[in-house]
Design a protein around this ligand. Structure first.
Ligand code: ATP
Length: 346
Protein backbone atom coordinates (compact mmCIF):
# COMPACT_ATOMS: atom_id res chain seq x y z
CA UNK A 1 0.00 0.00 0.00
CA UNK A 2 1.19 3.49 -0.76
CA UNK A 3 0.21 7.05 -1.41
CA UNK A 4 0.58 8.48 -4.89
CA UNK A 5 1.46 12.00 -5.90
CA UNK A 6 1.54 13.66 -9.28
CA UNK A 7 3.38 16.99 -9.28
CA UNK A 8 3.33 19.54 -12.11
CA UNK A 9 2.94 16.77 -14.69
CA UNK A 10 2.82 17.68 -18.36
CA UNK A 11 2.26 15.53 -21.41
CA UNK A 12 3.01 16.46 -25.00
CA UNK A 13 2.36 14.31 -28.04
CA UNK A 14 4.58 16.20 -30.49
CA UNK A 15 3.25 19.75 -30.33
CA UNK A 16 -0.11 18.68 -28.85
CA UNK A 17 -0.34 19.56 -25.15
CA UNK A 18 -2.42 16.63 -23.84
CA UNK A 19 -2.04 17.23 -20.06
CA UNK A 20 -1.36 20.58 -18.43
CA UNK A 21 0.21 21.09 -14.99
CA UNK A 22 -1.47 18.14 -13.28
CA UNK A 23 -1.21 18.13 -9.47
CA UNK A 24 -3.01 15.37 -7.59
CA UNK A 25 -2.21 13.87 -4.18
CA UNK A 26 -3.83 10.50 -3.52
CA UNK A 27 -3.74 9.13 0.00
CA UNK A 28 -2.78 5.62 0.94
CA UNK A 29 -5.88 3.44 0.56
CA UNK A 30 -7.90 6.04 -1.29
CA UNK A 31 -10.14 5.21 -4.29
CA UNK A 32 -9.79 8.06 -6.77
CA UNK A 33 -11.73 8.24 -10.03
CA UNK A 34 -10.48 10.22 -13.04
CA UNK A 35 -13.52 11.29 -15.03
CA UNK A 36 -14.12 13.51 -18.03
CA UNK A 37 -15.38 13.51 -21.59
CA UNK A 38 -13.70 11.58 -24.40
CA UNK A 39 -10.26 12.95 -25.22
CA UNK A 40 -9.79 14.88 -21.93
CA UNK A 41 -6.61 12.93 -21.15
CA UNK A 42 -7.71 10.53 -18.42
CA UNK A 43 -6.29 7.38 -20.06
CA UNK A 44 -3.06 9.20 -20.83
CA UNK A 45 -2.74 10.21 -17.17
CA UNK A 46 -3.41 6.65 -16.00
CA UNK A 47 -0.88 5.28 -18.47
CA UNK A 48 1.67 7.81 -17.22
CA UNK A 49 1.11 6.54 -13.67
CA UNK A 50 1.46 2.97 -14.96
CA UNK A 51 4.71 3.73 -16.76
CA UNK A 52 3.24 2.90 -20.16
CA UNK A 53 3.51 6.52 -21.29
CA UNK A 54 6.41 8.87 -20.70
CA UNK A 55 5.89 11.96 -18.52
CA UNK A 56 7.03 14.99 -20.56
CA UNK A 57 7.65 17.07 -17.44
CA UNK A 58 6.93 16.92 -13.71
CA UNK A 59 7.17 14.05 -11.25
CA UNK A 60 5.31 11.02 -10.06
CA UNK A 61 5.77 9.59 -6.57
CA UNK A 62 4.53 6.24 -5.29
CA UNK A 63 5.00 5.66 -1.57
CA UNK A 64 7.14 8.80 -1.39
CA UNK A 65 9.61 7.49 -4.01
CA UNK A 66 10.09 9.19 -7.38
CA UNK A 67 9.11 6.61 -10.00
CA UNK A 68 8.84 8.86 -13.07
CA UNK A 69 11.82 7.21 -14.74
CA UNK A 70 11.18 3.64 -13.59
CA UNK A 71 9.84 1.10 -16.09
CA UNK A 72 6.26 -0.14 -15.57
CA UNK A 73 7.32 -3.41 -13.99
CA UNK A 74 9.38 -1.69 -11.29
CA UNK A 75 6.53 0.55 -10.10
CA UNK A 76 4.63 -1.97 -7.95
CA UNK A 77 1.31 -1.32 -9.66
CA UNK A 78 -1.23 -3.61 -11.33
CA UNK A 79 -3.54 -2.47 -14.09
CA UNK A 80 -6.94 -3.78 -15.19
CA UNK A 81 -7.90 -2.81 -18.74
CA UNK A 82 -11.17 -2.41 -20.58
CA UNK A 83 -10.41 -5.43 -22.80
CA UNK A 84 -9.30 -7.84 -20.12
CA UNK A 85 -6.72 -9.41 -22.46
CA UNK A 86 -6.91 -12.84 -20.86
CA UNK A 87 -4.78 -15.54 -22.48
CA UNK A 88 -7.35 -17.70 -24.32
CA UNK A 89 -5.26 -20.87 -24.15
CA UNK A 90 -4.76 -20.68 -20.38
CA UNK A 91 -7.18 -21.66 -17.62
CA UNK A 92 -8.40 -19.11 -15.10
CA UNK A 93 -5.80 -20.43 -12.67
CA UNK A 94 -2.94 -20.11 -15.18
CA UNK A 95 -4.12 -16.66 -16.27
CA UNK A 96 -4.09 -15.50 -12.68
CA UNK A 97 -0.70 -17.00 -11.83
CA UNK A 98 1.13 -16.12 -15.04
CA UNK A 99 2.72 -12.85 -13.94
CA UNK A 100 3.94 -14.47 -10.72
CA UNK A 101 5.45 -17.34 -12.66
CA UNK A 102 7.32 -14.83 -14.82
CA UNK A 103 8.73 -13.41 -11.62
CA UNK A 104 9.91 -16.88 -10.68
CA UNK A 105 7.77 -17.12 -7.56
CA UNK A 106 7.57 -20.68 -6.17
CA UNK A 107 4.59 -22.80 -7.21
CA UNK A 108 3.45 -23.14 -3.60
CA UNK A 109 3.44 -19.36 -3.09
CA UNK A 110 1.65 -18.80 -6.40
CA UNK A 111 -0.98 -21.33 -5.35
CA UNK A 112 -1.62 -19.53 -2.07
CA UNK A 113 -2.07 -16.20 -3.83
CA UNK A 114 -4.38 -17.65 -6.48
CA UNK A 115 -6.58 -19.42 -3.88
CA UNK A 116 -6.81 -16.23 -1.86
CA UNK A 117 -7.77 -14.06 -4.88
CA UNK A 118 -10.19 -16.69 -6.19
CA UNK A 119 -11.84 -16.85 -2.79
CA UNK A 120 -12.27 -13.07 -2.62
CA UNK A 121 -13.67 -12.94 -6.16
CA UNK A 122 -15.89 -16.04 -6.02
CA UNK A 123 -13.83 -17.76 -8.73
CA UNK A 124 -12.78 -20.89 -6.85
CA UNK A 125 -15.14 -23.18 -8.77
CA UNK A 126 -14.01 -21.73 -12.11
CA UNK A 127 -10.23 -22.08 -11.77
CA UNK A 128 -10.09 -24.92 -14.32
CA UNK A 129 -12.10 -23.13 -17.00
CA UNK A 130 -10.83 -21.32 -20.09
CA UNK A 131 -11.81 -17.68 -20.79
CA UNK A 132 -14.20 -18.72 -23.60
CA UNK A 133 -16.17 -20.73 -21.01
CA UNK A 134 -16.80 -17.66 -18.85
CA UNK A 135 -19.40 -14.88 -18.87
CA UNK A 136 -18.33 -11.27 -19.35
CA UNK A 137 -18.57 -10.57 -15.62
CA UNK A 138 -16.54 -13.67 -14.76
CA UNK A 139 -13.83 -12.65 -17.24
CA UNK A 140 -13.73 -9.22 -15.66
CA UNK A 141 -13.28 -10.88 -12.28
CA UNK A 142 -10.39 -12.97 -13.61
CA UNK A 143 -8.76 -9.79 -14.89
CA UNK A 144 -9.10 -8.35 -11.39
CA UNK A 145 -7.78 -11.61 -9.95
CA UNK A 146 -4.65 -11.24 -12.04
CA UNK A 147 -4.11 -7.82 -10.51
CA UNK A 148 -4.88 -8.94 -6.95
CA UNK A 149 -2.41 -11.86 -6.92
CA UNK A 150 0.41 -9.41 -7.49
CA UNK A 151 -0.46 -7.66 -4.23
CA UNK A 152 0.56 -4.28 -5.68
CA UNK A 153 0.92 -0.93 -3.92
CA UNK A 154 -1.54 0.64 -6.38
CA UNK A 155 -4.37 -0.66 -8.58
CA UNK A 156 -5.09 1.13 -11.84
CA UNK A 157 -8.37 0.53 -13.68
CA UNK A 158 -8.97 1.81 -17.23
CA UNK A 159 -12.72 1.79 -17.99
CA UNK A 160 -12.93 -1.83 -16.77
CA UNK A 161 -16.71 -2.09 -17.07
CA UNK A 162 -17.42 -0.55 -20.45
CA UNK A 163 -17.71 -3.90 -22.23
CA UNK A 164 -20.42 -5.15 -19.89
CA UNK A 165 -24.17 -4.72 -20.20
CA UNK A 166 -25.92 -2.18 -17.97
CA UNK A 167 -27.05 -4.62 -15.27
CA UNK A 168 -23.71 -6.35 -15.00
CA UNK A 169 -21.97 -3.00 -14.85
CA UNK A 170 -23.95 -2.07 -11.77
CA UNK A 171 -23.15 -5.42 -10.16
CA UNK A 172 -19.42 -5.23 -10.95
CA UNK A 173 -19.35 -1.64 -9.75
CA UNK A 174 -20.52 -2.92 -6.36
CA UNK A 175 -18.01 -5.78 -6.45
CA UNK A 176 -15.04 -3.51 -7.19
CA UNK A 177 -16.12 -1.20 -4.39
CA UNK A 178 -16.43 -4.10 -1.94
CA UNK A 179 -13.07 -5.40 -3.06
CA UNK A 180 -11.55 -2.04 -2.30
CA UNK A 181 -13.19 -1.92 1.11
CA UNK A 182 -11.67 -5.30 1.83
CA UNK A 183 -8.16 -4.84 0.40
CA UNK A 184 -7.85 -1.08 0.96
CA UNK A 185 -5.31 -0.81 -1.84
CA UNK A 186 -4.76 2.69 -3.26
CA UNK A 187 -6.77 2.77 -6.50
CA UNK A 188 -6.96 5.07 -9.51
CA UNK A 189 -9.95 4.33 -11.73
CA UNK A 190 -10.68 5.91 -15.13
CA UNK A 191 -14.19 6.26 -16.51
CA UNK A 192 -16.18 8.64 -18.70
CA UNK A 193 -19.32 7.67 -16.76
CA UNK A 194 -20.11 10.22 -14.07
CA UNK A 195 -22.48 7.81 -12.29
CA UNK A 196 -19.67 5.28 -11.97
CA UNK A 197 -17.47 8.08 -10.63
CA UNK A 198 -20.11 9.27 -8.14
CA UNK A 199 -20.92 5.81 -6.81
CA UNK A 200 -17.39 4.41 -6.52
CA UNK A 201 -15.02 7.22 -5.63
CA UNK A 202 -13.72 8.51 -2.33
CA UNK A 203 -12.64 11.49 -4.42
CA UNK A 204 -13.18 12.42 -8.04
CA UNK A 205 -10.80 14.27 -10.36
CA UNK A 206 -12.69 15.99 -13.18
CA UNK A 207 -10.59 16.57 -16.30
CA UNK A 208 -11.33 18.63 -19.38
CA UNK A 209 -8.97 19.25 -22.30
CA UNK A 210 -5.97 18.11 -20.27
CA UNK A 211 -6.73 20.36 -17.29
CA UNK A 212 -7.95 19.37 -13.82
CA UNK A 213 -11.21 21.28 -13.38
CA UNK A 214 -11.93 20.17 -9.80
CA UNK A 215 -10.97 17.54 -7.22
CA UNK A 216 -13.38 16.59 -4.45
CA UNK A 217 -15.66 14.02 -2.90
CA UNK A 218 -18.68 13.06 -5.03
CA UNK A 219 -21.04 15.21 -2.98
CA UNK A 220 -18.66 18.18 -2.87
CA UNK A 221 -18.61 18.19 -6.66
CA UNK A 222 -22.36 17.73 -6.85
CA UNK A 223 -23.29 20.36 -4.28
CA UNK A 224 -20.47 22.84 -4.85
CA UNK A 225 -19.20 22.52 -8.42
CA UNK A 226 -16.35 24.97 -9.06
CA UNK A 227 -17.66 25.92 -12.46
CA UNK A 228 -20.30 25.38 -15.10
CA UNK A 229 -18.41 22.52 -16.74
CA UNK A 230 -18.30 20.43 -13.54
CA UNK A 231 -21.88 21.43 -12.72
CA UNK A 232 -23.05 20.19 -16.12
CA UNK A 233 -20.90 17.07 -16.18
CA UNK A 234 -21.78 15.67 -12.74
CA UNK A 235 -25.41 14.67 -12.32
CA UNK A 236 -27.93 12.93 -14.53
CA UNK A 237 -30.13 14.33 -15.94
CA UNK A 238 -27.78 17.28 -16.21
CA UNK A 239 -28.20 20.66 -14.52
CA UNK A 240 -30.32 23.20 -16.43
CA UNK A 241 -28.53 26.38 -17.48
CA UNK A 242 -30.55 29.50 -18.20
CA UNK A 243 -28.93 32.74 -19.42
CA UNK A 244 -29.96 36.08 -17.90
CA UNK A 245 -28.93 38.85 -15.51
CA UNK A 246 -29.72 40.22 -12.07
CA UNK A 247 -32.04 43.21 -11.95
CA UNK A 248 -33.43 44.97 -8.89
CA UNK A 249 -36.20 42.39 -8.56
CA UNK A 250 -33.89 39.38 -8.86
CA UNK A 251 -32.61 37.11 -11.63
CA UNK A 252 -34.35 37.68 -14.94
CA UNK A 253 -33.87 35.29 -17.87
CA UNK A 254 -32.94 36.65 -21.28
CA UNK A 255 -36.61 36.44 -22.22
CA UNK A 256 -37.82 38.29 -19.14
CA UNK A 257 -38.86 35.56 -16.70
CA UNK A 258 -38.11 36.19 -13.03
CA UNK A 259 -36.49 33.21 -11.24
CA UNK A 260 -35.92 32.91 -7.47
CA UNK A 261 -32.49 33.02 -5.87
CA UNK A 262 -31.50 33.46 -2.22
CA UNK A 263 -28.42 35.35 -3.37
CA UNK A 264 -27.77 38.31 -5.60
CA UNK A 265 -24.50 38.15 -7.54
CA UNK A 266 -24.14 41.11 -9.85
CA UNK A 267 -22.04 39.59 -12.64
CA UNK A 268 -24.11 36.43 -13.02
CA UNK A 269 -24.80 35.47 -16.63
CA UNK A 270 -26.12 31.93 -16.13
CA UNK A 271 -28.60 30.51 -13.66
CA UNK A 272 -28.19 26.79 -12.92
CA UNK A 273 -30.76 24.49 -11.37
CA UNK A 274 -30.72 20.71 -11.15
CA UNK A 275 -33.81 18.90 -12.49
CA UNK A 276 -34.61 17.52 -9.02
CA UNK A 277 -34.66 21.05 -7.59
CA UNK A 278 -37.66 22.07 -9.71
CA UNK A 279 -41.02 21.67 -7.97
CA UNK A 280 -44.58 21.88 -9.22
CA UNK A 281 -45.87 25.14 -7.77
CA UNK A 282 -49.11 26.99 -8.57
CA UNK A 283 -47.28 30.30 -8.06
CA UNK A 284 -44.32 29.27 -10.25
CA UNK A 285 -43.34 30.05 -13.84
CA UNK A 286 -45.02 28.44 -16.89
CA UNK A 287 -43.38 25.21 -18.11
CA UNK A 288 -44.52 24.02 -21.54
CA UNK A 289 -44.15 20.26 -21.41
CA UNK A 290 -43.04 18.39 -24.53
CA UNK A 291 -41.85 14.99 -23.28
CA UNK A 292 -42.91 12.97 -20.22
CA UNK A 293 -40.81 9.94 -19.23
CA UNK A 294 -42.30 7.95 -16.34
CA UNK A 295 -39.60 5.76 -14.77
CA UNK A 296 -41.63 4.30 -11.92
CA UNK A 297 -39.78 5.80 -8.99
CA UNK A 298 -39.63 9.21 -10.65
CA UNK A 299 -40.82 11.10 -13.72
CA UNK A 300 -38.55 13.05 -16.03
CA UNK A 301 -40.27 15.91 -17.80
CA UNK A 302 -38.74 17.94 -20.63
CA UNK A 303 -40.07 21.20 -21.99
CA UNK A 304 -39.51 24.92 -22.13
CA UNK A 305 -39.52 27.78 -19.66
CA UNK A 306 -39.81 30.76 -22.01
CA UNK A 307 -37.39 29.93 -24.80
CA UNK A 308 -35.12 27.80 -22.58
CA UNK A 309 -34.97 24.00 -22.70
CA UNK A 310 -35.59 22.69 -19.19
CA UNK A 311 -35.63 19.20 -17.68
CA UNK A 312 -37.44 18.51 -14.41
CA UNK A 313 -37.33 15.38 -12.29
CA UNK A 314 -40.31 14.77 -10.04
CA UNK A 315 -40.07 12.07 -7.38
CA UNK A 316 -43.79 12.06 -6.78
CA UNK A 317 -46.23 10.53 -9.27
CA UNK A 318 -47.43 13.27 -11.59
CA UNK A 319 -50.17 13.32 -14.20
CA UNK A 320 -48.80 15.52 -16.95
CA UNK A 321 -49.31 15.09 -20.68
CA UNK A 322 -47.07 16.40 -23.49
CA UNK A 323 -48.47 19.71 -24.76
CA UNK A 324 -49.68 20.79 -21.31
CA UNK A 325 -48.39 23.88 -19.52
CA UNK A 326 -47.79 23.50 -15.80
CA UNK A 327 -46.15 25.91 -13.37
CA UNK A 328 -42.88 25.13 -11.62
CA UNK A 329 -40.45 26.82 -9.22
CA UNK A 330 -36.76 26.26 -8.60
CA UNK A 331 -35.91 25.71 -4.92
CA UNK A 332 -34.17 29.04 -4.38
CA UNK A 333 -31.60 27.71 -1.88
CA UNK A 334 -30.39 25.09 -4.38
CA UNK A 335 -29.78 27.43 -7.29
CA UNK A 336 -26.26 27.93 -8.73
CA UNK A 337 -25.05 31.19 -10.25
CA UNK A 338 -22.25 31.40 -12.83
CA UNK A 339 -20.36 34.35 -14.27
CA UNK A 340 -19.43 34.85 -17.93
CA UNK A 341 -16.26 32.73 -17.49
CA UNK A 342 -18.36 29.88 -16.13
CA UNK A 343 -17.04 30.27 -12.57
CA UNK A 344 -19.64 29.52 -9.91
CA UNK A 345 -20.40 32.09 -7.20
CA UNK A 346 -19.63 30.19 -4.00
P1 ATP B 1 -11.39 8.36 -24.09
O1 ATP B 1 -12.45 8.38 -23.03
O2 ATP B 1 -11.96 8.63 -25.45
O3 ATP B 1 -10.50 7.17 -24.02
P2 ATP B 1 -9.38 9.97 -22.76
O4 ATP B 1 -9.84 11.04 -21.86
O5 ATP B 1 -8.88 8.73 -22.13
O6 ATP B 1 -10.48 9.67 -23.86
P3 ATP B 1 -6.75 10.11 -23.95
O7 ATP B 1 -6.77 8.78 -24.62
O8 ATP B 1 -5.95 10.23 -22.71
O9 ATP B 1 -8.23 10.61 -23.68
O10 ATP B 1 -6.26 11.20 -25.01
C1 ATP B 1 -6.09 12.55 -24.66
C2 ATP B 1 -5.72 13.33 -25.89
O11 ATP B 1 -4.42 12.96 -26.35
C3 ATP B 1 -6.67 13.11 -27.08
O12 ATP B 1 -6.86 14.33 -27.73
C4 ATP B 1 -5.90 12.12 -27.95
O13 ATP B 1 -6.25 12.28 -29.30
C5 ATP B 1 -4.46 12.49 -27.68
N1 ATP B 1 -3.59 11.32 -27.80
C6 ATP B 1 -3.65 10.18 -27.08
N2 ATP B 1 -2.66 9.33 -27.43
C7 ATP B 1 -1.95 9.93 -28.41
C8 ATP B 1 -0.80 9.58 -29.18
N3 ATP B 1 -0.17 8.40 -28.99
N4 ATP B 1 -0.36 10.48 -30.09
C9 ATP B 1 -0.97 11.67 -30.25
N5 ATP B 1 -2.05 12.07 -29.55
C10 ATP B 1 -2.54 11.22 -28.64
Amino acid sequence: MANLEIKNAEKYYGSFHALKDINIAIEDGEFVVLVGPSGCGKSTLLRMIAGLEEISDGDLYIGGRVVSDLPAKARDIAMVFQNYALYPHMTVEKNMGFSLKLRKMSKADIDVRIRHAADILGLTALLGRYPRQLSGGQRQRVAMGRAIVRNPAVFLFDEPLSNLDAKLRVQMRGEIKQLHQRLKTTTVYVTHDQIEAMTMADRIVVLRDGVVEQVGTPLELYDNPANQFVAGFMGSPAMNFIPGTFTNEGFRTGDGILLPSTRHAENTTTYGVRPEHLKIDPTGVPFNVSIVEPMGSETQVMGKVGSNDVTALFRERVRIAPGETITISPIAANVHLFNASGVRHA
